[in-house]
Design a protein around this ligand. Structure first.
Ligand SMILES: NC(=O)c1ccc[n+]([C@@H]2O[C@H](COP(=O)([O-])OP(=O)(O)OC[C@H]3O[C@@H](n4cnc5c(N)ncnc54)[C@H](OP(=O)(O)O)[C@@H]3O)[C@@H](O)[C@H]2O)c1
Length: 279
């Protein structure tokens, strides 16, 4: 079995490579300079040359505020590229794993979103990712679209930012009115590797268990690292970010539960392991 992975320098692809290195699965991971997914001809050429059985698209424009400033690039990378991948993989019967986001929901609900709940993205990032989902669904029926949230692994993420800030500040103000679920790339990569070997195509929610605010997340990080720092709660308005974020974007891994494939840990357990091993 041959796997092709895009966005090779990103957080999720780095963890996928780690886990695939421990398996007997053959893979090729390409970074942006080796495979720019916005270039249809390049994607087409590589698919026809490499003939993978599974294509895992980890590449994305993940800069949520940046997407507001550059709408064209957001839709190119997060939507049109998904179409490039779906059309070309479909030609050779190759399965596609595509990663999406909790930001496809508006966050006005107060119970965990299931796969069949109505989407209503409020940011350019969320809108471009939702169109990406639809284009994958339309052009390659052998798809696994996995919506995840608040991802951290090897790379830039909230955990690293908090630890970095704590190295030179003794007080931090963190948003307490956005609720979601921190998710470790370790748990997500493990799910991808098992799901991609099935024929359970469709949309899946894939996040760790439980939920918290960004403030609770930061508090837990410092507690686990025994870092003494003054934390203040602020609200989203006070932070004044360009992109609107959902107030509540907890996802229910309902379809994975139905299929008996929900192996995600509680977010606190996954975070504890991450802080012990990685930072
Ligand atoms: N991070 C989160 O909190 C989060 C939450 C929910 C869902 N997700 C989704 O999960 C997936 C993986 O996220 P991640 O955190 O691993 O992302 P990441 O660390 O930002 O990695 C994304 C990678 O994609 C590459 N890339 C950007 N444009 C590209 C292009 N045109 N062609 C090829 N590669 C390109 C980036 O390269 P450069 O750095 O060189 O641009 C980067 O290496 C994404 O689909 C994301 O939308 C992430």
């Amino acid at each position: 079995m041959k796997i092709l992975i895009t966005g090779a320098n990103g957080q999720l692809s780095t963890e996928l490579k780690n886990q695939l290195n421990d398996s007997n699965i053959d893979y090729l991971a390409l970074n942006k300079s080796e495979l720019d997914i916005t270039d249809f001809n390049k994607v087409n050429r590589i698919i026809l040359k490499e003939h993978p059985q599974i294509f895992i698209n980890c590449a994305a424009n993940t800069n949520v505020d940046g997407c507001e400033k550059n709408e064209i690039n957001a839709f190119k990378v997060n939507a049109i590229s998904a179409q490039n991948i779906a059309i070309t993989t479909n030609k050779i019967g190759c399965k596609v794993v595509h990663i999406s986001t909790d930001y496809v929901f508006d966050g006005e609900d107060n119970r965990p979103y299931r796969e069949y709940n109505v989407t209503n993205p409020q940011s350019i990032y969320g809108k471009s990712k939702l169109l990406g989902e639809k284009l994958i669904e339309k052009f390659n029926p052998k798809h696994f679209i996995i919506r995840t949230s608040w991802l951290y692994g090897e790379g830039n993420n909230f955990v690293k930012t908090m630890l970095n800030l704590a190295s030179y500040k003794d007080e931090l103000s963190i948003v307490d009115d956005q609720i979601g679920t921190p998710t470790s790339t370790v748990d997500l990569a493990k799910l991808i590797i098992s799901l991609m070997q099935t024929e359970y195509y469709g949309i899946f929610h894939g996040t760790c268990k439980g939920s918290c605010s960004w403030y609770d997340f930061a508090k837990k990080i410092f507690e686990l690292k025994s870092i003494d720092i003054q934390l203040n709660k602020i609200n989203t308005k006070q932070l004044n970010r360009l992109a609107s974020r959902p107030k509540y974007s907890v996802l229910d891994n309902f379809m994975l539960k139905v299929l008996g494939l929900n192996t995600f840990r509680h977010w606190e357990d996954a975070l504890e392991e991450y802080l012990r091993k990685e930072v």
